[in-house]
Design a protein around this ligand. Structure first.
Ligand code: ATP
Ligand code: SF4
Ligand code: MG
Length: 339
């Protein structure tokens, strides 16, 4: 956190992850896509932070930037990402790589992304513990225990199976077991339940919540599903066209949204927070192109409240109450240090 940043600490201890003013472009034959713009976000220790937003808003790009798993054409232009006090963006490649599968782990939307199809679950679950002390049989015992914890029936025999022997839901459980086996400080889950049916989704969300409490890790949970965020998360960040337009405690954001985009998402169908609907509501208009430079508020073409200033000036972050931040000129909050 900058010395002159008036943001209050979210808790007495420093956040596990502090992202500040992050800007990222993708180089393409058509020009540079500004996929992340001035993103600032905290993930407090032992809390679950949700990220919601329409398709193309930059949720996965943000998740992969934290993991350091960006494609070759990605270019971090500016910003910092302090994880446990150290800037991930300035860390030597080797030091950063050694965090993966140790302090940082990830659950992907498609479990097969994380699993090797030609190796047994057993060998993959033992290998993932390479940072841990202990013999192979101790690691196997830990793997069995974790498979049991995530609800895989008969782990003694299932551990010798290959990924394709499991159903989609069971494969995702295996991935959660693998991601948690290393007891990460931060687990990143990018749409981990989107490929599953609604009943399985509920089971997986409960499992994640239970395991998060037990291990005491933080989770960055990317989802299209507002109901899942309401169920699982302590905090939520709403992304639009590469910007975090609002963030704060889930209760504050869902009950008292300050940004017109957040309000539009919730107004489309407030029942979505309770119902098992897995798509975000449709807001009239289209997400703007992220190519080229942008003047004014990124949401202005779809905003019913847009006025002259919105065309000329991109809003900075304003704090509402103690712990809610929104980027909108109409927000009657305290202006934070410009991102
Ligand atoms: P979804 O909900 O569909 O998963 P998302 O919010 O995760 O969407 P991202 O995948 O992060 O969105 O994409 C953000 C923007 O960056 C989009 O405009 C996307 O087309 C673009 N983008 C993502 N990856 C690349 C890439 N490798 N090269 C060029 N553009 C990319
Ligand atoms: Fe709408 Fe203007 Fe606020 Fe942007 S700054 S969300 S265009 S009122
Ligand atoms: Mg995505």
């Amino acid at each position: 956190m900058k010395p002159d940043d008036p943001r209050p600490p979210l808790s007495s201890s420093r956040p596990l992850l502090e992202i500040r003013d992050l800007n990222l472009d993708f180089g393409t034959p058509r020009g540079r896509i500004h996929a992340l713009r001035n993103v600032s976000l905290d993930v407090p220790a032992a809390q679950v932070v949700g990220i919601v937003g329409e398709s193309g808003s930059g949720k996965s790009t943000l998740a992969y930037t934290v993991m350091g798993l960006l494609p070759e054409n990605a270019d971090v232009i500016a910003g910092s990402m302090l994880f446990e006090g150290k800037d991930l963006l300035k860390m030597p490649v080797q030091a950063r790589r050694s965090l993966l599968g140790d302090r940082l782990s990830m659950i992907f939307q498609d479990p097969m992304t994380a699993l090797n199809p030609v190796r047994t679950i057993e060998s993959q679950m033992i290998d993932i513990q390479h940072h841990e002390q202990g013999s192979r049989s101790e690691k196997r015992a830990r793997a069995l225990e974790m498979l049991h914890r995530v609800g895989i029936p008969d782990p003694q025999s299932r551990i010798r199976a290959y990924p394709h022997h499991f159903s989609g839901g069971m494969r995702q459980r295996v991935c959660i077991a693998m991601a948690l086996l290393v007891k990460p400080a931060l687990l990143i889950a990018d749409e981990p339940t989107t490929a599953l049916d609604a009943t399985l989704e509920v089971q997986i969300l409960h499992l994640l919540k239970d395991m998060q409490k037990e291990i005491g890790c933080s989770i960055l949970f990317v989802s299209h599903h507002l109901g899942a965020v309401a169920e699982l998360c302590d905090r939520v960040a709403v992304m639009y066209a590469g910007e975090v337009v609002e963030h704060g405690a889930v209760r504050d954001i869902f009950l008292n949204p300050a940004h017109p985009y957040t309000r539009a998402l919730l107004e489309c169908d407030p029942g979505r927070i309770k119902k098992s609907t897995r798509t975000l509501p449709t807001i009239p208009g289209e997400v703007p192109s992220l190519l080229g430079s942008q003047i004014g508020c990124i949401f202005r073409r779809r905003c019913r409240q847009a006025f002259n200033r919105c065309v000329q000036e991109n809003p900075v972050e304003y704090r509402i109450g103690m712990d809610q931040v929104a980027r909108c000129h109409l927000t009657g909050g305290k202006r934070l240090v410009s991102a």
